[in-house]
Design a protein around this ligand. Structure first.
Ligand code: ZN
Length: 566
């Protein structure tokens, strides 16, 4: 950056800070005093170097609660300290403790009873059940089973599958995904105005279904597994029979249903047969607003013993204080998960799950975005938090902990920008935004992309609900507008299907495998542009006169409005 630009930038910055007036009140989004090309350059040689260190054998795959965690946290704290960033925890440290529990259930069958008739759901073959309660034994005894359709309460769509039924102590049997409401004009397609049409909303996610059960005081929630609406086979559900991690809440998760789980479609059909019902007929009713819950006249019983392992893991957090004495209380939060799977089953002789792309690369990217912020001529008006979260691979737990136990009020968090994996294959003409259309942050990203001569594109598979599967989602759920960028697919100087091919190759060969390592053919030229764009978006939100909001109709807007006192 030249001295002249610096001077102009400083002058502009102080003008804005002094009068607090929007520079261009009707422009959306705010561009801030510096164009993208004048921002400090994110150093991708350093990104690559951090990625190599974090994914090396010495870091043992960065498993939470393992020696690899200690090394990772020490490395991040060392880097952040050397950059001159302030400890992000108001207690004066760079860490936030995250209480975790590993729960391993003992296999147990589930018994359904109707009068003298019984039907046994065999552990793993027919049912995969667990308890997230941090207790050694949970019992479900003769709990009445009620079919509640999709188990959804969505006021913005005028939808309520419960119709006021008291389900406390009951076992809720539910369908997965959003209610597939047909479009009146085109009955073969979904109504685009209800539950996002073909795109999955959070109401469709299995995590939502268990949360609803907890909210309504149900004793158990059982989801009927169907491959198409779930997006994966029952074999994937069957992998959930081992140790599962969760946060230890102050009530030791006793507010969760005693039992959560899945039943196979085949077994659900048998269960409904026992109740004199048919799955297809119930599904048809469940796709309508008029649906009312169907008590099955069947009870469910199961006892699960848990082996418990509790330990603290750590989020790492650093802060760059904003220069405006008032606005510095507001902040932009960058996140990347530092954790991976640690040491596990050997694949091709290698027991270390290196997680180079997932997510040593994103962690490294945030480190260097942080460094770029320290090189600005002056800090932005608002503050920036750089948050490296733990236990993403175990269910987004570190980010969940921050989102429910924030170090600074989330009403003052203006945006979350999350990186989970960098593009390592070269420059792209586009950047994909998962959940495009969710918030004004899309406009910030689009404006920054345009300055790079690039475009923003939508995720090709909105029906998979990817927006609900990474750390930014925990911020969205609490109302904070959150950006979930994915790498582009249109590579410069490559054949049209190159993007799809490299993505498929990674997914099939290296994703969540020990072989996710830094490769000689990696190039971070594309990542440099992506990181520069993320830097610009965060910087501009931190300078904005008009803060980003969710778009009208978004499912998180009501939470944000409540939080901001509107
Ligand atoms: Zn992962």
């Amino acid at each position: 950056m030249t001295a002249r630009i610096q001077t102009v930038a400083m002058a502009l910055a102080f003008t804005v800070a002094a009068c607090g007036a929007p520079k261009t009140p009707n422009a959306s989004p705010d561009t801030g005093p510096l164009p993208l090309s004048a921002l400090p350059v994110v150093d991708t040689d350093a990104v690559l170097a951090h990625t190599k260190v974090l994914s090396s054998d010495a870091f043992e795959g960065r498993g939470p609660g393992t020696p690899g965690e200690g090394k990772t946290v020490a490395y991040l704290v060392d880097q952040l300290t050397k950059m001159g960033l302030t400890p992000g925890n108001p207690d004066g440290t760079y860490v936030q403790k995250v209480p975790l529990v590993g729960i391993t259930p003992t296999p147990a069958n589930l018994t359904f009873r109707k009068g003298a008739q019984t039907l046994t759901a065999t552990w793993k073959a027919d049912v995969v059940a667990w308890s997230k309660r941090v207790t050694e034994e949970v019992r479900l005894v003769d709990s009445d089973v009620v079919f509640v359709g999709y188990g959804v309460q969505a006021p913005e769509f005028g939808w309520d599958d419960y119709k006021g039924l008291d389900v406390r102590g009951k076992t809720l049997l539910m369908l997965v995904n959003d209610p597939p409401v047909p479009d009146a004009a085109h009955p073969d397609t979904r109504d685009p105005k209800v539950f996002g049409g073909a795109a999955m909303t959070y109401y469709g996610r299995w995590t939502y279904k268990y949360e609803m059960g907890a909210k309504l005081g149900a004793a158990a929630v059982l989801l009927i597994h169907e491959t198409e609406p779930a997006g994966y086979g029952f074999n994937v559900v069957q992998q959930k029979t081992g140790e599962q991690f969760d946060l230890v809440t102050p009530d030791r998760n006793m507010g969760r249903p005693a039992i959560e789980g899945w039943v196979s479609r085949e077994h659900a059909a048998k269960l409904l047969g026992l109740a004199g019902q048919s799955l297809d007929a119930l599904k048809a009713k469940a796709a309508t607003r008029a649906f009312t819950p169907v008590p099955l006249g069947v009870s469910a019983s199961i006892t699960i013993r848990n082996a418990l392992r509790t330990f603290d893991s750590q989020n790492v957090v650093a802060r760059l204080e904003g220069r405006d004495p008032v606005r510095r209380g507001e902040h932009v939060i960058y996140t990347a998960h530092w954790d991976h799977f640690g040491v596990g089953a050997r694949v091709n002789g290698d027991p270390i799950y290196h997680g180079a792309k997932d997510n040593a690369s994103g962690t490294a990217g945030i480190l260097e975005i942080a460094r770029a912020f320290t090189k600005l001529p002056a800090p932005p008006q608002r503050s920036i938090l750089f948050l490296f979260v733990t236990a993403e691979e175990q269910g987004l737990l570190g980010s969940q902990y921050y989102a429910v136990t924030p170090l600074y009020p989330l009403a003052n968090a203006l945006a979350n920008i999350n990186i989970d994996g960098l593009n390592v294959n070269g420059r792209t003409k586009d950047l994909v935004l998962i959940g495009l259309g969710a918030s004004d942050l899309d406009d910030y990203a689009r404006a920054a992309a345009a300055e790079q001569g690039r475009v923003i594109t939508a995720d090709a598979e909105p029906e998979k609900g990817l927006y609900y599967r990474s750390d930014h989602f925990n911020f969205a759920k609490q109302g904070v507008p959150a950006l979930d960028p994915d790498e582009g697919i249109d590579f410069i100087g490559q054949p049209p299907d190159f993007g799809r091919r490299v993505r498929e190759a990674y997914t099939s060969q290296h994703y969540h495998q020990p072989s996710d390592v830094v490769r000689p053919e990696w190039t971070l030229d594309g990542a440099r542009e992506d990181l520069q764009l993320f830097l610009a978006v965060g910087y501009r939100v931190a300078e904005a006169a008009r803060i980003p909001e969710w778009k009208a109709g978004n499912e998180f807007k009501a939470t944000r409005d409540r939080m901001r006192g509107r």
